[in-house]
Design a protein around this ligand. Sequence first.
Ligand code: PDD
Length: 282
Amino acid sequence: SIVYLNGEYMPMSEAKISPMDRGFLFGDGIYEVIPSYDGKLVGFAPHIERMDQGLSFIDIELDYSIDTWRDICETLIEKNGGGNQGIYLHVSRGTDSKRFHAYPDNIAPTVYAFSFEIAPAPKPEKGTVKQYKVSSTQDLRWKRCNIKSTALLGNVMHFQQGYEAGNNEIILYNANDEMTEGSACNAYIVKDGTVITPPLDHQILPGITRLMLLDILRKDGSIKVEERAVTMDEVRNADEIWLTSSSKEIAPVVELDGTPVGDGKVGDVWEQAQRLYSAGKY
Ligand code: PDD
């Protein structure tokens, strides 16, 4: 495939960066994943806004405009054959000649982007959607989970734990036994027709799928939405559990720690929400 590295397009096999890059040595960088279906990017502006925020949180100065990013994303989609592609954007602080923790003054950020094929967006049909089975465990990541850092070891270790247990994801909870999010997605429960998800704070990533979904549900008004702390007790007694991310949209969870969620089938509220999301995503 064709990738983008520091202003140039090239085959992936030719993209090279220094092992002294701070992204490699420290995980010192910010990333984004933006979905596109039939060549059309979803949530593009909020994705770029989140990346700009992440860069400013960690004091990386990069002079890429939103138009530059759009051009990179559209060029990658086109050069890699269109269809359904996720675009991965990665900005590290750059390459230094020494390994010293403090931010160096005069290095240029490394900018890397590639695209990868993603599954078609789910159809709002209970019969065809992928059903997720998840584990749960205490969230052992850091206290800045709102930053989309490339340092993902905590997420990777949690995901692996769920994966080794034969599950597709893992739901995390804090020391107060409140759900935070999944290892690579946001998490929700449905109880008596109301969708409930934890509020935005340092414990979770402000997902763009979450942003669009809550916006669409509130504008439609047929499903009630609450942003508040959700205890694991509530999660275990939920009628439905959902996960959202750019690469899966709304994913219904039918099993948690080996126990069926609700009646163990994909729920009605999921179907309605995915229908609204499919029609309303931007
Ligand atoms: N993951 N929470 C975490 C920890 C995530 O890694 C992600 C996304 C989300 C959902 O955010 P969004 O709706 O903006 O994709 C929540 C991406 C897809 C990844 O790391 O591959």
